[in-house]
Design a protein around this ligand. Structure first.
Ligand code: NAP
Length: 293
């Protein structure tokens, strides 16, 4: 069995077995005639996973983006952009593209897409794995205030400070539009759409960021409270806030099925969640072996 954590140089496009990808059968390698994989992306780990899969013979990967940003960072390999059209649309896609496995590598706050993936994969009979980075972990010196929603964060900020740094993404800015008595700095890849707070300055930027840069930003704008989602991953803004003694409003992750109409968590099919790319590759190898049996 090849070492799937060390991608080969040749890409899946070079594999002549593609016409049969997703069908169980032929010999040779853990994926037999090939395994067609859909990566639900929009995250750095989605791109890392697509790159890791690109060198594995027998894996035919398509990444999917929602199309929210006009100039997204493109993953390696095949790409489709735009919604599927709800659960039914995703089921149709899985069937028409003969997808053999789905990896949900969306952002931890993309709860609707994740819930749709659970429902569609269960109904279409396609195995689903969730690749999810672990949440932030508080360290000594942190002054975190956990809240369940963006709306709850907007309620809390005036009690903690007056100069607020919003790092929650442009779609969340509207929740702060009615917060009086505060000045806001927001940072996002593209400008937020109205409604926005009346006293708002926007910084257009995309990570990765550095502690030095974050410290300078906090100082330049005299920030006294930071708002973030519990996205997980590297977050120099949290280090800078700790250094400066700035309180952080930490928005908890939504439930994977936190969507109107989604099944209650107890009724949802169990979904395996992993946190690393090698764990995904091992899971895909197991799927390939299952397809061949
Ligand atoms: P969402 O609320 O969970 O999903 C709303 C709808 O957008 C879904 O029902 C689906 O439309 C479509 N969609 C979402 N992700 C998709 C994907 N990867 N491929 C195809 N369609 C997708 O999603 P969101 O929170 O707006 O996030 C959108 C994208 O941005 C995701 O890919 C996510 O990974 C990325 N992102 C989100 C955040 C965040 O804070 N939410 C942060 C960074 C990156 P249909 O129902 O029509 O299929």
């Amino acid at each position: 069995m090849p070492d799937l954590t060390r991608p080969e140089v040749s890409g899946p496009e070079a594999d002549p077995a593609w016409p049969d990808a997703g069908r169980p059968g032929a010999d040779g390698g853990p994926f037999g005639a090939g395994l067609r994989v859909l990566i639900l992306g929009g995250t750095s780990e989605g791109r890392e996973l697509a790159a890791a899969c690109a060198g594995v013979a027998g894996l035919h990967v398509t990444s999917s983006l929602a199309g929210r940003t006009s100039a997204p960072l493109r993953p390696v390999g095949e790409l489709r952009v735009g919604g599927f059209g709800g659960v039914d649309g995703l089921i149709s896609y899985l069937r028409s593209e003969r997808i053999g496995a789905v990896v949900d590598a969306t952002h931890p706050f993309a709860a609707t897409m994740s819930a749709h993936a659970v429902a569609a994969s269960a109904r279409a009979g396609v195995p689903l794995l969730v690749l999810r980075r672990t949440g932030f972990v508080a360290r000594p010196g942190d002054d975190w205030h956990r809240v369940p929603t963006v709306a709850a964060a907007a309620e809390l900020v005036p009690a903690l400070g007056q100069r607020v740094f919003l790092t929650t993404g442009r779609q969340s800015i509207a929740a702060f539009a009615g917060v009086g008595g505060c000045w806001f700095l927001s940072r996002s890849v593209e400008p937020p759409q109205p409604p926005v707070p009346p006293r708002l300055e926007v910084v257009l930027d995309r990570g990765p960021f550095t502690v030095e840069g974050e410290r300078a930003l906090l100082d330049r704008y005299r920030i006294d409270v930071l708002v973030t989602k519990d996205s997980g991953g590297a977050a120099p803004k949290l280090d800078a806030a700790r250094e400066r003694g700035i309180p952080v409003v930490m928005i908890d992750r939504p439930s994977p099925t936190a969507e109107p109409g989604a099944p209650a968590s107890g009724a949802a099919p169990p979904v395996e969640i992993v946190a690393t790319i090698p764990a995904v590759l091992a899971w895909l190898t197991a799927r390939g072996a299952t397809d061949r049996s």
